[in-house]
Design a protein around this ligand. Sequence first.
Ligand code: FAD
Length: 482
Amino acid sequence: MLSGKEYFESIRDGRRVYIGKELVNDVTSHPAFAKGAESIAMIYDRKAAPENRDVMVSEEDGEEFSTYFLKPQSRDDLEKRYETHRRIAAWTHGFMGRSPDNFPSYLTGLATQPDLFNEMREGAGNNLDAYYRKARREDLFLSHAVTNPQGSRRAGGEMEEAGIVSPTLRVVAEDDEGVTINGLKMIGTGSIYCHETWVGNLQPVSPGQEAETITAAAPLNAEGVSIWSRKPYEATANSEFDMPLSARYDETDAAILFENVKVPWERVFLHNNVLMTREIYFRTPGHSLANHQANIRFAEKLRLIVAMAHKLTESNKAGAIPAVQSTLGNLAAQLAALDGMIRGQLLDCEDMPGGYKTVNRRFMYATLHWCTNNHSAICDIVRELMGGGPIQMPADSTVMEDAELNKKFETYWSLPDQSAKDRMKLFRLAWDILGTEFAGRHALYEKFYAGPGFVMDLYSYQLAGWDELDTIVDDLMAGYDL
Ligand SMILES: Cc1cc2nc3c(=O)[nH]c(=O)nc-3n(C[C@H](O)[C@H](O)[C@H](O)COP(=O)(O)OP(=O)(O)OC[C@H]3O[C@@H](n4cnc5c(N)ncnc54)[C@H](O)[C@@H]3O)c2cc1C
């Protein structure tokens, strides 16, 4: 297992990351990414620390590995995974969604069924098993880019008819050694900090677009791979005091461009299969285990949001008002309901092929649906509870560097029970949760990281058990007549 220091050194590997026109060669020392990399290193160190080992380190045949690589065979295994995810999420208050335990949960779920892959292509399941073991042994941090560039999906056929090459990642050549891939994949959240990325499709691919179904893994420093960052928020965070979350927990998002990248067959898990490129995540526990992690991660973020609501109303003295207490009670009830929804996934866990288990999928997708649909509304309630407090503060903490200004700041901005500095610190954190560009990215993240809203509805539609529900109406109506 990697220590934080070893992780840090391992990503100084010549990867090509672009911020606009700037090429970043070492993300661990660049002002846009260094603190984010430290946060990931912190996760590596803490998960192996003595107080966490019992839960967060598992063992098979004498080999120790992070518990998020544990293939669950019992409810106890699922509980162990749950507690691992919960601790990791708590360490960044749920602001690093694609933490090192996210994609391995997909991979672990996929690797419970190598035969499914072997049936599609000889040896593909064995390759998957070997890749899972490598990732587990080397404690790899993996991202996944399983979305195609926006607009190009629907326009695919039209673009080809017009003679325009689609930008979507596809296989452009293959030989005895492997495939050559070319094109873009979206959005590799965390990729800037990861060792490798998985590419594939969580959205349907149309017949005729077989070359785009490629499902494979590639190191992020491979020849021909470049990582195109969105605007990094860490770079614009003027200080930890002023923007504590932007400064430390910007997990990064990036488009990943592959320009004629050679991928050996050992790292190709699916090829030329329109139906299964998406189905693999649902026929195995891959999607459910990974999104269970996402549910747990969201709960830790909501815990901070609700805690902040309470602190803000203590600070602005609105907390004693019954109407405000009612609003706080409403938030507390939502947090408790979410905790219950997640615990229920473990209580009613499900059997999967090969003697494995996964969390209750109907409950998990309902939780995903709930989080996606409620995050913005909850943030809006807390923003309203905050009043105009953040805007009443001076521009930034430099005001306290000037002795004379600081004296005036403490004289006029303090309250009998709160220094001006403490009030500013609270409002700066609240604004980073609810108002900054970092916060805006999180609003988008919570809506889209697991796919668009209508897909969330479809997951629950598919798992509703309509036959059983219909029977309730049929039985009721059978009990009376004219
Ligand atoms: C911050 C962030 C991080 C992300 N991280 C990752 C990641 O790590 N890995 C990854 O693979 N992907 C990631 N994604 C990508 C994410 O999966 C996609 O954004 C998502 O699938 C939506 O696709 P799109 O953005 O292309 O939107 P579009 O598909 O273009 O949708 C645009 C809008 O149209 C609506 N719409 C489209 N079609 C329909 C329809 N048929 N019915 C009703 N409404 C429709 C959508 O609901 C949406 O509101 C991330 C996205 C964000 C914002």
